[in-house]
Ligand binder design. Structure first.
Ligand SMILES: C[S@@+](CC[C@H](N)C(=O)[O-])C[C@H]1O[C@@H](n2cnc3c(N)ncnc32)[C@H](O)[C@@H]1O
Length: 221
């Protein structure tokens, strides 16, 4: 996410959270945006630079069926497919999936409308590479342990999970959406049968610069 206006997204998120519906605002936002993505704070219309860099450095170690969690307008999924991964990408928002398909009509990516919390059973343990970029940080804290459990469950034995998120210390204020994650929250992946293979804590090159965590995990065979 860059320095664009988050007013509409924050208002929608706030309204839905107040109503006890933490997931309803995504479809509302994409629907409202239509073909104009300027009100979608994370819609950079290009692959996440932290993903591009990681794949450049580690792409040779990942192959086979891959899954993008919360695929939005499709740029990260397309980048995964470009590097040769047989990619499935899902998002809870029907409008986001429709837009991704329209943007990439010749894509090899299989775009699916699905809710992480009720994803198809046959996705369990099926993917050799799973990417989670920026979804955890737009879900409230009370959903994160379950989100971690669900994401981890998609990783096949021997498979890799890459997580990219805004980072903060536990004693720093959570702020407004997006709500950065803590290292403690990410350590929950280790309680779900995954081993950490790398953990990077860095300031990215966005304007203004943002503290990021980029962590890679493997499920032992
Ligand atoms: C912050 S956006 C990031 C999108 C994309 N990764 C990017 O960086 O452009 C998070 C995405 O997760 C989706 N999402 C949120 N909750 C979800 C859920 N429970 N199941 C599937 N997708 C979800 C949202 O619709 C949104 O597209």
């Amino acid at each position: 996410m860059n320095g664009r206006d988050r007013t509409t997204a924050r208002e929608l998120a706030h309204r839905h959270l107040e109503a006890g519906d933490p997931l309803g605002w995504f479809e509302d936002l994409y629907l409202l945006a239509g073909e104009d993505s300027s009100i979608i704070p994370w819609a950079d219309l290009k692959p996440n630079p932290s993903l591009v860099e990681w794949l450049r450095q580690n792409g040779s170690v990942v192959s086979g069926p891959a899954l993008k969690v919360g695929s939005g307008l499709g740029d990260d999924a397309e980048e995964m497919a470009r590097t040769g991964l047989q990619t499935t990408a899902f998002d809870i928002s029907e409008s986001a999936i429709a837009r991704a398909k329209a943007r990439f009509p010749k894509s090899s990516v299989s775009y699916v409308v699905a809710d992480l919390f009720s994803a198809p059973n046959d996705w369990q343990g099926r993917f050799s590479f799973v990417l989670e970029s920026y979804t955890l940080q737009v879900l409230p804290q009370y959903l994160r342990a379950e989100t971690v459990r669900r994401i981890a469950s998609f990783v096949a034995p021997g498979g890799t999970l890459l997580v990219i998120a805004r980072g903060r210390e536990p004693d720093e204020p959570e702020g407004e959406m997006p709500w950065p994650v803590t290292k403690q929250e990410l350590s929950l992946f280790l309680t779900r049968g995954l081993n950490e293979i790398s953990f990077e804590d860095y300031i990215d090159k966005e304007e203004p610069p943002v503290r990021r965590f980029r962590a890679a995990y493997i499920r032992p065979k």
